[in-house]
Design a protein around this ligand. Structure first.
Ligand code: ASP
Length: 439
């Protein structure tokens, strides 16, 4: 029998009703043997995520030496869930122990991890599955860096002997038993790691939307849902802000080409989005672009110098300045006599003048300026490399709307064209590009 690893996000774990729905989904398919859960998320828009409340506990502890008031809210939340589920679980004793240990270890990562821990204890009880503590199988080193290969061996050897289990997402432990967490949203990564280790045929990631949309629905009316997406397309879209799945979730499953299926706990009949290693011809012929995503908040350092191209070491000297000031760059399109460096505003903030002065000194440009208020829009799709004229469709759509392109960069894989435009044109530009590719 093939194995499916299923991960449920915070909204799916938010209250007893949604947890019952989760159990129902799992029980519908015998192949859903290993379950990874997030901490309870928001039940309504003004609600708090348990993980945020746990970070608040840590904050309280640093100021007052205790966190009783905030922890009591978390206690109520979990007690309510257990009561509404009608479980015989003695959740109070778990909560007492968690509160004591949080004070004892006094670590933000330990505090934050307890939401997933308690969520998994409850889910294991509901399903009658074994609880496996992530601290013992997801291995980090003492610096808090995740050790993927040791984890792969460990998870494989432990789960080989366990028919069905629930594992908390988001955290793991080092050889001293100290708890470390992934970055926010990291339960997606935990699920992918486990899918790889058990050789799953599919990694199902259950969330609260019907998968990826081909554009932001707040900007484009009724954008098409994306049925199938390649790992590479997902990386590009996720990096540019399409945040349905933690972008690092791809790496573990990519090794064994395990597909990821994004599904909606609250609409389980929808097929969701399937993320696969490679798109077949049939998929590719269906569309030119797969999706559009974008991010605001960039600046461009624009440099001009005659004969720049033949000046040995020019680019290196400029980049060395940015490295010196700890500024990472996003894109670097160059021309014969020009060069544009795209930088996130938060990297450049407060350093503008020193950076310009330093660049002037090392390369003596004819002209240098910073253009701020830039947004980047990525138009992504393997289909573009097969279809001549994709770039001209995109550029034409922006020209028709009289939107000035400040920067354009086509990724070397030919599956991604990025344009830099003024942030005031952002929404209009996304709408125009989307519309142009629907024809
Ligand atoms: N609970 C954690 C967070 O809110 C991790 C996760 O849900 O994936 O970031």
């Amino acid at each position: 029998m093939s194995i499916k690893v299923v991960k449920f996000g915070g909204t799916s774990m938010a209250d007893a009703k949604s947890i019952r729905q989760v159990a129902e989904i799992i029980k519908q398919d015998k192949e859903r043997r290993y379950v990874v859960v997030s901490a309870p998320g928001k039940r309504f828009s003004q609600d708090h995520k348990v993980t945020d409340m746990l970070y608040a506990c840590y904050h309280d502890m640093q100021i007052n030496g205790e966190c009783k008031a905030t922890f009591d809210k978390i206690r109520e939340r979990f007690k309510g869930i257990v009561k509404d589920l009608g479980l015989g679980l003695d959740i109070d004793s778990y909560l007492d122990k968690v509160e004591k240990e949080m004070l004892k270890y006094n670590s933000a990562e330990f505090c934050a991890s307890r939401g997933e821990y308690l969520s998994a204890v409850i889910t294991a009880e509901v399903l009658g599955y074994e609880f496996i503590d992530a601290k013992d199988v997801m291995i980090f080193d003492a610096n808090g860096d995740f050790d993927s290969e040791s984890t792969n061996e460990k998870v494989k050897s432990v789960l080989e002997n366990v028919e069905r289990a629930v594992v908390p997402g988001f955290y793991g432990g080092d050889s001293e038993g100290i708890v470390h967490t992934f970055s926010r949203g990291g339960s997606d990564v935990s699920g992918a790691v486990i899918a790889r280790a058990v050789g799953a045929s599919l990694y199902e990631n259950w969330t609260d939307v019907n998968g990826f949309m081909s554009a932001d629905p707040r900007i484009v009316d009724n954008p098409k849902p994306i049925e199938t997406l390649s790992y590479k397309e997902l990386r590009e879209l996720a990096y540019m802000g399409a945040n349905v799945l933690h972008p690092e979730s791809i790496f573990p499953v990519r090794v064994s080409k395990i597909p990821i299926n994004i599904r909606n706990t609250f609409c389980p009949t929808a097929d969701g989005t399937m993320i696969v290693a490679e798109l077949d011809e049939k998929e590719l012929s269906k569309r030119v672009i797969t999706g559009i995503a974008g991010k605001k908040g960039y600046s461009i350092i624009y440099i001009e110098k005659s004969m720049m191209n033949s000046e040995l070491g020019f680019v290196r000297k400029v980049l060395a300045v940015l490295e010196y000031y700890n500024i990472s760059i996003e894109h670097l399109p160059t021309g014969i006599d020009t060069m544009s460096i795209v930088i996130p505003d938060n990297e450049l903030a407060g350093k503008e003048d020193v950076v310009i002065e330093r660049i002037k000194k090392v390369v003596d440009p004819d002209h240098i300026e910073i253009k701020s208020g830039i947004s980047l829009i990525a138009t992504v799709g393997h289909g573009m490399s097969y279809k001549p004229g994709s770039a001209s469709t995109l550029v034409g759509a922006l020209a028709k709307e009289k939107i000035n392109i400040r920067m354009i960069d086509q990724g070397s894989s030919e599956m991604n064209i990025i344009v830099g435009i003024a942030t005031s044109d952002y929404e209009r530009a996304i709408k125009a590009i989307y519309a142009a590719f629907q024809k």
